[in-house]
Design a protein around this ligand. Structure first.
Ligand SMILES: Nc1ncnc2c1ncn2[C@@H]1O[C@H](COP(=O)(O)OP(=O)(O)OP(=O)(O)O)[C@@H](O)[C@H]1O
Length: 370
């Protein structure tokens, strides 16, 4: 086939989505080359990093498709611009999402620059999102497969980078993608989806974090300040999670499970409540750090939108207003469970992903009313 559409570099992760992306672009008449990025040097003596296998799979797919595969090591950029921030956030008691930063800083910045160096105007990835023009602007749209939509992770990528990226699988459902890979005999057809944070792999999160952040034991308390247990470090706990208390003698409390409701950083105290639906586990309104707007600016009018506070959540109705510091204040129509500082709030106008920001404070219905 002769290429008529210009040169595009596909981010080849060794997974099925990027394999099929390369295939589709070839079928569409692009001159396609692949790039495998190594963002984590796995010489930390563990067996968890799958980079070697992934590279071998990317090589096999590129050989099968007859395209060239480049490799690049961005581990230094990843460490400086993603990982250090990730650790600092944990240290500050928040639960960060490094994949969002990885997209903004690595996949849609360093990778784009690298592609330019290789003589390509455009890059492509296997993300389940779409690009579409609305009101004359290139917009980031949700992927058609609602189960796989990855716009949550891409909300911090600027419009100019979105405009230079192709998302061939964004128009497809995942089973169609696997079927295409099977039909073309690609080795990744049945490869299982990657889970969790890329550099942590399947290992226990606490073990990983302990290599970088020392344990900081403290107490677990009720909202009234009764000590009911001990924790090994606030960073090992996630809001809304069921919490084993590790001590007996809770004679004053009925035998109901405890859930993490808050982290008091100043006192190094984990606050726990009883019952999965305790009101303190619900957020009525929140504030974010300065927002990353895909369009570079907030929507013209404040008002009603929908929002996700975590990946794989259906977006829920809310009302938003801009704050002076560049962040937003959002109030949900219905209080949301386990909204976690450090994770991102992402706003949508229908299928358009507008942007998002890191959640810095949350208030329960009772606190909002005060
Ligand atoms: N190491 C890598 N090198 C090059 N591109 C990558 C790499 N990791 C991810 N990407 C790109 O980012 C996209 C989304 O990555 P993600 O980790 O979410 O994988 P995924 O949705 O399981 O996709 P895939 O099935 O292609 O691995 C990939 O489809 C690929 O285009």
């Amino acid at each position: 086939m002769t290429a008529t559409q210009g040169k595009v570099i596909v981010g080849m992760s060794g997974g099925v989505d990027s394999s099929v992306s390369a295939l589709l672009l070839l079928e569409q008449g692009y001159e396609v080359e692949g790039l495998f990025m190594k963002n984590w040097d796995e010489d930390d003596g563990t067996e968890y990093c799958t980079a070697k296998e992934d590279l071998a799979d990317a090589e096999a797919v590129c050989a099968k498709l007859g395209i060239k595969l480049h490799t690049a090591n961005f581990a230094a950029e990843y460490w400086d611009n993603v990982f250090e921030h990730f650790l600092a956030e944990y240290q500050a008691g928040r639960t960060p999402n490094p994949d969002i930063l990885c997209n903004r800083e690595i996949k849609f910045k360093v990778f784009l620059e690298y592609a330019e160096m290789l003589g390509a105007e455009k890059i492509a990835t296997g993300h389940y999102v779409r690009e579409g023009f609305r009101d004359g602007r290139p917009r980031l749209l949700k992927g058609l497969d609602a189960n796989k939509d990855q716009s949550y992770f891409l909300h911090a990528v600027p419009e100019a980078a979105i405009a230079r990226t192709l998302f061939p699988v964004g128009e497809l459902e995942k089973p169609e993608v696997r079927a295409l890979a099977e039909r073309h005999d690609l080795v990744t057809a049945r490869k299982k989806d990657s889970t969790g944070i890329c550099f942590i792999g399947e290992r226990r999160f606490r073990d990983f974090l302990q290599q970088y952040l020392p344990a900081q034991p403290g107490t677990i308390e009720t909202p009234d300040g009764d000590v009911i247990g001990e924790h090994m470090g606030l960073m090992y706990h996630t809001l809304g999670q069921r919490q084993g208390l590790g001590i007996g003698g809770l004679a004053d409390y009925p035998d109901a499970p405890w859930f993490v409701a808050a982290k008091d950083l100043e006192r190094n105290v984990l606050v726990a409540v009883q019952g999965k639906h305790h009101p303190l586990l619900y957020t009525d309104s929140l504030a974010t750090e300065p927002m990353d707007w895909v369009a570079g600016e907030p929507p013209a009018a404040e008002g009603r939108l929908t929002a996700k506070t975590r990946y794989r959540q259906t977006d829920v109705p809310c009302r938003f207003e801009a704050a002076e510091d560049g962040g937003v204040r959002v109030r949900f129509d219905d209080p949301q469970r386990a909204v976690t500082p450090g994770q991102s709030l992402v706003l949508y106008d229908g299928e358009i992903c507008l942007g998002g920001g890191v959640i810095k404070a949350t208030w329960s219905a009772e606190e909002s009313a005060r």
